[in-house]
Design a protein around this ligand. Sequence first.
Ligand SMILES: [Zn+2]
Length: 183
Amino acid sequence: MKFRFHGGRPSVNFTATVDERWRDGGFERLAAPAALGRWFTEAGLTGNDPRCSRADLRHARELREAVYRLMLARMGRCRPAPDDVATVNAWAAKPPPAVELCAEASGLCARPARVTAPALLALLARDAVDVIGGAAGPRLRECDNAECSLLFVDTSRAGTRRWCSMSACGARDKMTRYRSGGT
Ligand SMILES: [Zn+2]
């Protein structure tokens, strides 16, 4: 199953691991601990699968849903729930992955060290704090395709981006308007 990375930030992409949220309950893409490990890797947060446990998966989903609801609150859709703020803050207070320098034949390079699932969740929570409370907050958007509803950070100069991705939802909208004879 392919994950979707159109959000522009790790914490926003993390909320996309529930797809079709417009449907009742949506579609859970993190169905098992191994899927969480694969998401961390494909998101570029670690080079090696941190081997997630069932508890890690449960924590990841709790954090993800708190982040999602707070992003909706940032977009003015609802009021921020104190429990969600507390969940994000608790994870943001934990240590993120350590980094280290490694000396290779080609020279010195930086790499994450001792990457664990809790450290990666801390990283995501910190990113969420920055997105929701920082400069990206006013640029949070939901895809205009009613049957998509992924979130993304609009980094376009004009701030008028409507789709999670031009190649998926944008192209689909173009095709619909073409078929209906509109412009
Ligand atoms: Zn979309």
